[in-house]
Design a protein around this ligand. Structure first.
Ligand code: 5GP
Ligand code: 5GP
Length: 281
């Protein structure tokens, strides 16, 4: 009887650990989550395989702007960004899944106070939305990226300051906007460009295949992938053959646009853009 209740107790404990693990990993993509049991018997996420530098294209993203607030770079008028800006540096697994919210280290903007100028310029929020932090509260875009992705990059990028600094450095070294402009892919509200041409321009420059994400036929995100030593590599789903690449970029049609930033409200006929205080949304 005693043996049976000990067994029941240990199965219940195991079940509790598994439930806790699944709650902690609620943000992580469900396929192939790399859970390991740590030395104290606690579940932890396996170290990632490679980095994904996710960039966003303001010309597309800002078309969706409904609200303006001081932190939304879509609302900077003629000073709004005209280059790919940073969404985040994301650690990924080779099977297409990724870890998320790996430690309890919460975001502290003071730690990155010396980086604020380049961050505001090249890693701005393009929305007034306050994303949720790993533990349920609402915070800044930078806080969200650090807690969700930066804490999982820590085995390579270290603390919060180094996560942001490393991301800026990689972003400056691999200047996608410059590569595309030099290949003739300039922002335009009338031109459509061949997806294969855009992919080839990046392959030629960085010797690796990016991943593109489109919305209504316009580039919204471009992902560049790196080994853990920051040498470029193909993104998962990317391939060196351009026909496979076209297939893998399934959210993009064969001809895509790279919209120029349009003043807010243009194209948003049904809704006016309104200014709101920072904490309303
Ligand atoms: P969406 O559903 O808009 O593609 O992605 C929502 C969020 O899921 C992203 O902002 C990001 O935090 C996460 N996510 C989407 N795709 C990836 C990916 O390939 N790698 C990682 N690490 N996170 C991703
Ligand atoms: P991810 O998709 O990276 O997990 O989460 C992005 C979250 O941050 C969303 O809740 C979104 O509303 C908010 N957010 C704030 N600024 C931005 C931005 O510039 N781009 C994106 N993709 N999301 C932003």
């Amino acid at each position: 009887m005693a043996v049976l209740s000990a067994k029941l107790a240990s199965s219940a404990a195991l079940a509790l650990i598994l439930v806790a693990a699944s709650l902690c990993l609620i943000e992580a993509k469900q396929s192939g989550i790399g859970i390991e049991i740590g030395s104290r018997g606690r579940p932890r996420q396996r170290e990632f395989d490679y980095f994904n530098l996710a960039l966003q294209w303001p010309g597309t993203y800002c078309q969706r702007t409904r609200y303006c607030c001081p932190n939304n770079a879509c609302c900077r008028g003629s000073n709004s960004p005209a280059v790919f800006t940073i969404h985040g540096l994301w650690p990924d697994y080779n099977d297409g899944s990724w870890p998320a919210c790996c430690t309890k280290k919460s975001f502290d903007e003071k730690e990155i106070s010396t980086l604020l100028d380049p961050l505001e310029k090249y890693w701005p929020s393009l929305s007034c939305g306050k994303p949720s932090s790993c533990r349920g509260g609402k915070g800044s875009f930078w806080g969200h990226e650090w807690e969700k992705h930066g804490t999982c990059s820590a085995p390579v990028t270290g603390d919060e300051y180094n996560y942001f600094l490393t991301t800026l450095n990689v972003y400056f070294k691999y200047n996608v906007t410059k590569v595309l402009n030099e290949a003739g892919y300039v922002p335009s509200n009338t031109e459509k460009y061949p997806l294969g041409g855009i992919v080839s321009a990046i392959q030629n420059a960085f010797h690796a295949t990016p991943k593109l994400v489109c919305r209504n036929g316009a580039v919204e995100e471009l992902h560049l992938c790196f080994y853990k030593d920051f040498k470029p590599r193909d993104c998962v789903g990317g391939s060196s053959s351009s026909s496979d690449m076209l297939f893998s970029s399934s959210s993009c049609p064969n001809y895509i646009s790279l919209p120029a930033y349009a003043s807010l409200g243009a194209g948003n006929v049904e809704s006016e853009v309104s200014w709101v205080p920072e904490d309303v949304l």
